[in-house]
Write a protein that binds this ligand. Structure first.
Ligand SMILES: Nc1ncnc2c1ncn2[C@@H]1O[C@H](COP(=O)(O)OP(=O)(O)OP(=O)(O)O)[C@@H](O)[C@H]1O
Length: 229
């Protein structure tokens, strides 16, 4: 589903590459934690999957797309198939919960009757039934993240990439969000999650890819956060 082949990414302002000869392959339906210290290249890795950045060297394959070679007009199609969730939720604060999720369908031209059917379904899936008419500011952090997950999932993406999705949440709320992400993963959605949260990684025992200075230094099938630390 995802393949990085000898990928390097250099930014002009950086002396060393943000990613340095990274090769990683993720199968359909896998759940992968991407860990490593601040600045190790996790966000850059995720940005390459979305074509927010292009590699300096190497190839990035998502589904059947060679992402860097994708013509600009096809990028929106890629982004329908790769959902994303961020630490800071990134909701539209002038729209209701329903409006935020519906927006992801409106921009790709889905008809109104489909939106009216699909949005309540996905709000129920994420545990926000009854909150459709709330504004984001009226929600807790955990609820806001559920809206963001609903918005990312409403198009049934092949891949859901999450950049520190629990970074602004307390431990109990983080656990609830992880249960939701597991549920989404069980529907067959491939999940890649960058995190600094030791306890989540240690409790879930999923695949762990560790980056350090832009290189993969560990890839464990059922890993924990720190080995020997
Ligand atoms: N657009 C950019 N321009 C220049 N340098 C960048 C850019 N984006 C990232 N970098 C640099 O690339 C390196 C890797 O950054 P990246 O954000 O991928 O790390 P990270 O592991 O996600 O860190 P964090 O955990 O703090 O989010 C860092 O040195 C960062 O300063």
């Amino acid at each position: 589903m995802i393949r990085l082949e000898h990928v390097s990414k250099t930014y002009k302002t950086l002396a060393r590459p943000a990613l340095d000869d990274v090769s990683v392959s993720v199968d359909k339906g896998e759940f992968v934690f991407l860990i490593g210290p601040s600045g190790s290249g996790k966000s850059t890795f995720l940005q390459l999957l979305l074509r927010e950045e292009v590699p300096t060297r190497g190839r990035v394959i998502v589904a059947d797309w060679n992402v860097a070679k994708l013509p600009r007009r096809r990028v929106p199609k890629l982004r329908q198939r790769v959902g994303c969730v961020f630490q800071d939720f990134r909701l539209l604060n002038n729209k209701t919960v329903f409006g935020n999720v519906a927006f992801a369908l409106e921009v790709i031209g889905k008809p109104r009757h489909t939106i009216r059917k699909v949005v309540p379904e996905v709000l129920q899936l994420v545990g926000l039934e009854g909150k459709a008419d709330r504004m984001p500011v009226e929600l807790s952090g955990g609820e806001q993240q559920r809206v963001a997950i609903a918005r990312a999932f409403v198009n049934r993406p092949l891949v859901l990439m999450c950049d520190e999705p629990t970074g602004n949440l307390d431990p109990d709320t983080s656990q609830d969000i992880m249960l939701l992400l597991e549920r989404i993963n069980r529907t067959g959605t491939t999940l890649v999650m960058a995190t600094h949260d030791h306890s989540i990684v240690d409790s879930m025992r999923r695949r762990v890819v560790e980056l350090s200075h832009g290189q993969v230094i560990r890839d464990d099938a059922r890993g924990v956060y720190g080995v020997g630390r």
